[in-house]
Ligand binder design. Sequence first.
Ligand code: HEM
Length: 412
Amino acid sequence: MHCPALSDGFDFTDPDLLQHHVPLPEFAALRQAEPVRWIPQSGNVAGFQDEGYWAVTRHADVKYVSTHPELFSSYLNTAIIRFNERIERASIDAQRFILLNMDPPEHTRVRQIVQRGFTPRAIRGLEERLRARAVAIVERASEQGGGSFDFVTSVASELPLQAIAELIGIPQDDRAKIFEWSNKMIAYDDPEYAITAEVGQQSAAEVIAYAMNMAAERKQCPAQDIVSTLVAAENEGNLNSDEFGFFVLMLAVAGNETTRNATTHGMHAFLTHPEQWELYKRERPDTAAEEIVRWATPVVAFQRTATQDTELGGKLIRKGDRVGIFYASANRDPEVFENPDSFDVTRDPNPHLGFGGGGPHFCLGKSLAVLEINLIFNAIADAMPGMKLVGDPRRLRSAWINGVKELRVTAA
Ligand code: HEM
């Protein structure tokens, strides 16, 4: 059946769409009537044919695609963006060296190595330092008196970058430049940031060069840190310097904006659901971080490419077709979640797909992200319990990130 609910030309990857809202009504219509649907895209680029992608909107199907890498490859890029923009960005394609864009067996080899930096012990080891950081960030923001301030820049932005810097062991003096490069690599769909693809590419190159240099130093002079663990000796069980460079690049992208947006959306959700904020302040449920990620779904979708003809949701997917897996839709699927449109910080179980569909690429930084979200909201509940919203959030223009650029609040 062809679902009439979408108007002709409707495209989930149109950045103008996410600038206004996550298209939840359209997702609901598709889940109901046509859960796997072909969305045509017009390329208008000389020499290239128009094409499109399959929009996969049900929880079960998003999971299926994520857990079958032999049918749905990550190799041809996982960012789901518009046809025109893909052509423009083809040149930035160092993508295949990035973990997210690898397939087994290469992915399995690299993932097994980098996983060593993300063991529960390694994450627990960061907890006290990150707690102190979270408290300091929130205290600084709370000193802004009765005036309003931007929650994104004053609170949500810093902890994710500090967490990555702590994890990798980037010295304090180098952090400002790493933060600047990391911020420049993201969000270039939004003209307000005036960041061109070239600037993004240049910043990515700086991050890679910095990390490769770090790897080379640790190889000569090993220390008690994750860099030394990952690069110690060059053999099958370690990363070479190039691989380490791309891994740090991936962390700077994957762990930065995602957690920043989860935190910002979480604050907005609390302030627009005051009963949940009261409950949180009283009981501090450890289920809250997962609900924030379900509710916000900072990564709206990723993409796979079919490796062979296969069937999904009653549709024939042809080899080479692009397949968009919409986490934001799966996370509101009433087949899985009771009252999916309620923000409920005590929700348990909460099998959301905000960190991925449970396949080999499942978010490596999930425990770190959950820790950061818990630490920041605990600090806010202690130091700024009476926070108030001032106006609406200003949303990011992006093809696949549910982002907020500015959220004005007052501390009391
Ligand atoms: C992968 C979401 C925080 C590192 C992913 C994926 C999603 C995601 C959806 C893809 C999963 C898949 O394809 O199955 C998020 C969200 C975060 C977050 C919503 C915050 C709320 C972090 C942090 C780090 C991180 C803090 C590290 C510092 C990674 C890495 C991958 C990944 C390395 C690639 C894993 C692979 O390809 O094997 N994340 N992430 N993420 N994430 Fe996260």
